[in-house]
Design a protein around this ligand. Structure first.
Ligand SMILES: Nc1ncnc2c1ncn2[C@@H]1O[C@H](COP(=O)(O)OP(=O)(O)OP(=O)(O)O)[C@@H](O)[C@H]1O
Ligand SMILES: C[C@@](O)(CCO)CC(=O)[O-]
Ligand SMILES: [Mg+2]
Length: 355
């Protein structure tokens, strides 16, 4: 049995971090993907008894004898793919020791959490079957474009596609697609993976990667959006590495130190996201001209960036991009967890006329 699945990365237009604390955020999927090919030999005699994962872009391969996985995680004998399970502290410790034995190069140690998520989702859904997974990605890892969520969603989709828990419909451009209820299952498993990588994710990244297009997200609930205006964003990668788990934890610590001030910040972000979504979706016959709408969006992005600074997640490299784009009268904000990573700049239609 073999399947190939892919899932997109994302940008967050407004509301990152605050969404973890219950505010509204707006996100859109982008045309960069993580792709996974999963092969599970149907004849156990034809297999080498290993669970392998090849990260092709990095030229890395990791493998474990399935018997060893069984010894480390003995309680997963009866996988129930239709019931997403959270990884307990004990299971995570066992998975960490399986990964530790692989001697990941020090410069790539951040990959460990992705491997934890893979091992948890694989064994929870398929038990101790030998298999090979080959992963490639056009997304920069750890840069704010949702590489972790797109990895988890593609893994979850590939794993579920090879079970009887889902049925696939003929999709578009040669890809099969999941039905809506099956997409929810894909999303729930991906969220369990994101929890292992991020610690305390809001679920927005895996949700937009699973359902695509543009969404508004608050307290675990998604509302699909329909944009009524052109919206072009320039994405600048500062190439400053960072880790979402640490940044999310930093905001939570600041919230514990200054609960009232931070709650006021989160409320302001909630209003910003709601206003941005209503502008983006306002009917074309709206009295505001396109230029007026774009000016409002620019102002809202600037306000959100200011509040992200209050949360302590900006970075000197992000500020450099902000100053540079401002020279051309363009508005920018960080996207994703910040601390480096990527910056969004709105490209208004008047600029595009000159390109
Ligand atoms: N293709 C992949 N293969 C293996 N692991 C991956 C892959 N993509 C992402 N990961 C895992 O996700 C981690 C990066 O996740 P992180 O949440 O820090 O950044 P991000 O998802 O790119 O940004 P953000 O969460 O701000 O959108 C990597 O260090 C790795 O553990
Ligand atoms: C920083 C954050 O808000 C978005 C990361 O893309 C974390 C999350 O919502 O899980
Ligand atoms: Mg992430």
């Amino acid at each position: 049995m073999e399947v190939t699945a892919r899932a997109p990365g994302k940008i967050i237009l407004t509301g990152e971090h605050a969404v973890v604390h219950g505010s509204t955020a707006v996100a859109a999927s982008i045309d960069l993907y993580t792709t996974i090919t999963l092969q599970i030999p149907s004849d156990s005699d034809a297999s080498d008894g290993l669970l392998k994962i090849k990260l092709e872009d990095m030229g890395l391969e990791f493998s474990w004898p399935v018997e060893k996985i069984k010894d480390a995680l003995p309680d997963l004998g009866n996988p129930l793919s239709s019931q997403p399970q959270s990884c307990s502290h004990e299971s995570l410790k066992s998975i960490a020791s399986l990964v530790e034995e692989q001697n990941i190069p020090e410069a790539k140690i951040e990959l460990a959490s992705g491997l934890y998520a893979f091992l948890w989702m694989y064994t929870s859904i398929h038990g101790y079957k030998p298999a090979t997974a080959i992963v490639t990605s056009t997304l920069p890892l750890g840069s704010g474009l949702g590489s972790s969520a797109s990895f988890c969603v593609s893994v979850s989709a590939a794993l579920l596609a090879l079970t009887s828990a889902v049925s696939l419909d003929l999709g578009h451009k040669g890809w099969l697609s999941f039905r809506e209820d099956n997409l929810e299952l894909v999303n729930k498993w991906a969220y369990e993976g994101e929890k292992i990588i991020h610690g305390k994710p809001s679920g927005i990244d895996n949700t937009v990667s699973t359902f695509g297009n543009m969404i508004m997200f608050k307290s675990g609930k998604l509302t699909r959006m329909k944009s009524s205006m052109p919206l072009r964003m320039l994405i600048t990668n500062t190439k400053v590495g960072r880790n979402t788990k640490a940044l999310v934890a930093g905001v939570s610590e600041r919230t514990l130190r200054h609960p009232e001030a931070m709650n006021a910040v989160f409320i302001a972000v909630d209003y910003i996201s709601k206003e941005l979504s209503s502008i983006i979706q306002s009917p074309a016959a709206d009295p505001l001209s396109l230029t007026e709408k774009e000016e409002k969006l620019e102002e809202l992005m600037e306000m959100n960036q200011g509040l992200l600074q209050c949360m302590g997640v900006s970075h000197a490299s992000i500020e450099t991009v902000l100053r540079t784009t401002l020279k051309y009268k363009l508005s920018s904000k960080l996207t994703g967890a910040g601390g480096g990573g990527c910056v969004l700049t709105l490209l208004p239609t008047c600029i595009l006329l000159f390109l």
